[in-house]
Write a protein that binds this ligand. Structure first.
Ligand SMILES: [Zn+2]
Length: 344
């Protein structure tokens, strides 16, 4: 079969690899119908050291179950399924509390040991715990939105939950990539009265407004902080969604939270230090977040995708086949595209 490998910064190739196949009795084999390229795939794309073996890529995919191991109970051959960006058993202590990204028997897609989503098929470990059956056909028009449940929509939702968005609150979203845009959807869905969107790219701003952003801040750094203060009568936002992970964006996010507010971090931190320690301490600001337990949110968000009340699939503005995956990485890295969807 064919799949995507990364060999170093800027070096993404689609190559022949051994066919995905069942290995454990709890596995399922999924033939991929749609896959996404994620903003977090761009981190290694920017900085990975050259490798001879390459690393299998992709953690956003949906597809059809082709085979199951003998101990798989809830997933059937022929099911159309979505896989969250981490796999999990669904039964351990952390899974039971809805923190499947910390599953004691789970893990992450791709690398050198497992299949990645940006390939024709994937061996899915812990199929019963991991996969979510979706009650539509594989050619359904909702495919792009369904694909976002595997990561970006669930991650935007996690940021909003960690930032304690609720009815009547002022939310601010730092970062206008696909996760930030889904964060706007999530903040509106959870009832935020005002949603401040911090980004300066016209295409992202337009989509954010469509998704429910009420105020746009195009400034950066201290000017952005001052602008948000101005918009919030000097108090700051109740709920801040940090959807980038750079030190500057984290500094901005922490600086615009009001006293007693909360910051939900879902951008993978690119540094070791947490800035603004003292003001956030004196402001009693809650700092929460981490990798979204997408599996815990998918069923809830699926309902809203199926009835059309949210349309996160609009974040995809690059469509390609498997051979165009390297073009998708390039377009996203050059900010010519917000997010790429791969059709098989
Ligand atoms: Zn678990």
């Amino acid at each position: 079969m064919r799949a995507t490998l990364m060999y170093g910064a800027g070096d993404v190739r689609v190559e022949n690899v051994p066919d995905a196949q069942l290995k454990e009795s709890t596995d399922a084999l999924v033939v991929v119908t749609r896959a996404g390229i994620c903003g977090s795939d761009l981190w290694p794309y920017k900085g990975m050291k050259p490798s001879d073996v390459g690393s299998r890529m992709g953690h956003e995919f949906i597809g059809v179950v082709e085979a199951i191991g003998k101990d798989v109970r809830t997933i059937k051959v022929g099911d159309f399924v979505a896989a969250p960006f981490a796999w999990s058993d669904g039964t351990c202590e952390f899974c039971q509390q809805g923190l499947q990204t910390s599953c004691l028997h789970g893990g992450w897609w791709g690398g050198t040991e497992l299949d990645g989503g940006q390939g024709e098929a994937v061996r899915v470990p812990q199929a019963d715990g991991t996969l979510v059956p979706i009650p539509v056909g594989k050619d359904h028009e909702l495919m792009p939105s369904l694909l976002t449940l595997t990561d970006v929509m669930a991650t935007g939702h996690h940021a909003a939950v960690a930032a304690k968005v609720s009815a009547g609150k002022i939310a601010a979203v730092v970062g206008g990539g696909a996760v930030g845009l889904c964060g706007v959807i999530a903040a509106k869905r959870l009832g935020a009265e005002q949603i401040i969107f911090l980004d300066r790219h016209a295409d992202r701003i337009n989509l954010a407004k469509e998704f429910g952003a009420t105020d746009i801040v195009t400034e950066r750094g201290d000017e952005a902080i001052a602008r948000v203060r101005e918009i919030t009568k000097g108090l700051g936002a109740h709920s801040v969604l940090e959807c980038v992970g750079y030190e500057e964006s984290t500094r901005t996010a922490l600086s615009i939270a009001r006293a007693g507010g909360a910051v939900g971090r879902v951008g993978v931190p690119q540094g070791e230090e947490m800035p603004i320690a003292r003001p956030t301490f004196y402001g009693n600001v809650t700092i929460a977040g981490g990798p979204a337990p997408a599996r815990a949110y998918m069923n809830e968000l699926l309902v809203d995708v199926l009835d059309g009340s949210i349309q996160p699939g609009k974040v995809f503005d690059f469509v390609g086949a498997l051979d165009q995956v390297p073009d998708g990485y390039r377009a996203m890295n050059n900010r010519e595209a917000i997010k790429a969807i791969i059709e098989f």
